[in-house]
Design a protein around this ligand. Structure first.
Ligand SMILES: NC(=O)C1=CN([C@@H]2O[C@H](COP(=O)(O)OP(=O)(O)OC[C@H]3O[C@@H](n4cnc5c(N)ncnc54)[C@H](O)[C@@H]3O)[C@@H](O)[C@H]2O)C=CC1
Ligand SMILES: Nc1nc(=O)c2c([nH]1)NC[C@@H]1CN(c3ccc(C(=O)N[C@@H](CCC(=O)O)C(=O)O)cc3)CN21
Length: 289
């Protein structure tokens, strides 16, 4: 069952320009099937899952590139066991020409598995530029983080952008998936107020079963189930249905002023539904013409 808000893609307009997708190694077959409907050159991120090997991540980047998209591999600082592991990963990516854009993220382990306690440590290692990285995405948390204090998160964003600028690297800030447009707008204003003026990609889940969305929101500590249900615009009676981001994106679209908020883009977490997400975006974009 698809609720009316999922179909209401008519008001999402400009924000979809240059959207990006996030997949895991397991999703490459689905990406291949969806590829014809996705604009060439689209950025496709590869999540750094604990249960996937380096070879799977590299292979995903290779497939993404072969399909005419821009691979954006993730590097999870706290999951790396050694500098050597970072070098081997970057080297394998460089061999297939997939190091230009990367995401550097801390990773959820409570204790680092190796020498990199946070994203800054990976940036400061100097490894990125050695392997041809040109642009780095770092994380942003419009709704906060369940385990990390807001002040620590802000300081980290400032330190990371300073370190990237000092190394001549471009950056953008890609956010955790979010459900409340007003919260996102306030957070963007704070970010800009701190002098961080790079592009911002707002993370949003692609259309997915409501249960699945709630499961992921719970797993990553994003909002409470009740507020997800309320803010995302589906009713509790629709728990067995599918929910799409149309209403969220429309709300965000009407609150964003490029003159005030700078470059704002969308990043879709596909959560196993890459084909549904690609189809949803295609429909939304075709509604604009
Ligand atoms: N935004 C997203 O889409 C994603 C977010 N995350 C998680 O968000 C958290 C923060 O990542 P970044 O913004 O890259 O932080 P970061 O690397 O810039 O670190 C910021 C501060 O938080 C501390 N920290 C980082 N991860 C921690 C953890 N798991 N437990 C306790 N303290 C931690 C660091 O020591 C540092 O002081 C991580 O747990 C990361 O895995 C993970 C994957 C995706
Ligand atoms: N704090 C935090 N940690 C993360 O690891 C994380 C976030 N936030 N925010 C969203 C991204 C995207 N993430 C993910 C994680 C798993 C799948 C995934 O497809 N996992 C399963 C499918 C299982 C299922 O739910 O049915 C897999 O096969 O491993 C996708 C994106 C991880 N991410």
């Amino acid at each position: 069952m698809v609720s009316p808000t999922d179909r209401d893609t008519s008001r999402v307009s400009g924000l979809l320009h240059d959207f990006s997708l996030e997949i895991t190694g397991k999703d490459v077959g689905d990406l291949q099937k969806a590829a014809a409907g996705v604009p060439q050159g689209t950025r496709v991120n590869v999540t750094f899952l604990a249960n996937e090997q380096t070879s799977v991540r590299v292979r995903a980047a290779e497939v993404i590139k072969g399909l005419g998209f821009r691979p954006v591999p993730h590097i999870s600082a706290r999951r790396l066991t050694s500098r050597d592991e970072l070098d081997r990963y970057l080297s394998a990516l460089a061999e297939i020409g997939a190091t230009e854009d990367v995401v550097v993220i801390a990773g959820d382990p409570a204790h680092p598995a190796g020498p990199f306690a946070d994203s800054l440590a990976v940036i400061a290692s100097g490894a990125l530029t050695e392997y041809g990285v040109r642009s780095v995405d770092i994380a942003g948390y419009p709704e906060g983080h369940p385990k990390i204090h807001e002040d620590v998160l802000w300081r980290a964003v400032e330190e990371k952008t300073d370190a990237l600028r000092a190394r001549g690297l471009d950056y953008s800030v890609a956010t955790q998936f979010v459900f409340d447009a007003a919260t996102v707008v306030r957070w963007i204003e704070q970010l800009r107020g701190r002098g961080i003026d790079g592009p911002v990609r707002i993370g949003v889940p692609g259309p997915a079963g409501v249960q699945r969305l709630l499961r992921y929101a719970k797993r990553f500590g994003v909002s409470s189930s009740a507020s997800v249900v309320q803010k995302y615009g589906f009713s509790l009676t629709g728990l067995l249905g599918t929910a799409g981001p149309a209403r969220f994106i429309a709300d965000l679209q009407s609150a964003i002023d490029p003159a005030l908020h700078g470059e704002i883009l969308l990043h879709f977490y596909t959560f196993g539904g890459v084909r549904a997400t690609a189809e949803w975006v295609r429909t939304a974009l075709s509604g604009e013409e």
